[in-house]
Design a protein around this ligand. Sequence first.
Ligand SMILES: Cc1ncc(COP(=O)(O)O)c(C=O)c1O
Length: 380
Amino acid sequence: MAVYFDHNATTPLHEKIFEAMQPYMGSVCGNPSSLHRFGRLQRQAIEQAREQVAALMGAQSSQVIFTSGGTEANNLMVKGLSMDTAVQRIAVSAIEHMSLLQPAAEVGCNVDQIAVDGQGLVTQESLKQAINKETVLVSVMAANNETGAVQDINKLAEEVRAHDIWFHTDASQIAGKLEFSFEKTAVHAMTLSSHKLYGPMGAGALIVDKCLPMHSLLQGGSQEKGLRAGTENVPAIVGFGMAAELAAQELIERADHVRVLRDALEKELMQLGVVKVFSQQVRRLPNTLQFGVQGFDGETLLMELDRRGFAVSSGSACTSGKTEPSHVLKAMAVPNQLATSAIRVSLGRANTMAEIERFIEAMKQIIGLSNSAVMMAANL
Ligand SMILES: Cc1ncc(COP(=O)(O)O)c(C=O)c1O
């Protein structure tokens, strides 16, 4: 049976969530903006989901703006912030998701990159260096999707607030994996994605402080406090709400489960002698392990693992026939050869120790096989 180890890419839909969504894909009909009873039922479902998402993230429901996912929430944050692009600047960490980096590059104002250290952390020093009196927005993700490195958002938020600058964090990966609160971290805005926490694709949110001057990227209706025009995706929003509620209930149990598996996997992999774990010295998401394998290519490893029934992700991308390391590992100054050998394993609630053991065996086989192939080639 194939084994799914790619939960940071997307998670399988939780059975209870699927059940909760079903009525809204069939029997319950109506536009949430309609005033009649059919519309009111849809509206109630959206408002309940808003409460559920707010409760998971320690926010007020009035601060939750539903979007189509994390990508749209990040775009809304950067492009929807009303600012004078001729004079104002934004500062973003070098390891943000592309859905933050690309709109930042296009928004028309100056963008300052916040450097990370070798473990993938933004330090207070690097933050200070990247901001000045023209900076209006800082964005640093709470946890990185590749390495799993968790930033000290509390500390960074303190620094940013001292300068009277808006602070946004992309919490798509940390939500549902570790406790993280909008109110406690004192950020001004936060991105979420439903399908990273066992909810459906097609829903996400920007949690946003009322004081932020924002405008909608879409025009046509006044949904979501005028910040996201368009009829709401009710089934997906209902699923997202349910996903948040379950994540809140099962947070510790889920984290403990994957941490035990991840730590066992890490220990075994380290014993292979050719593996280097990224962000190993800092706090990481409990389900995430990214590593490089000396002398191997990430895409080849991924395909070899896939052939043996394991779905993982590589940290590199093949562009025009050349393997390019990810921008995250580049920002961490990981040497190219090691960075292009990166594999990310991201575990989930249904994974088992037996799967970890089979994975180790597969890795040993791949590394062993390849070693003998190399030796054969050397003897020719
Ligand atoms: C950190 C981070 N932000 C944003 C996104 C985009 O989210 P979505 O797939 O919901 O658009 C992802 C997805 O991989 C992510 O990992």
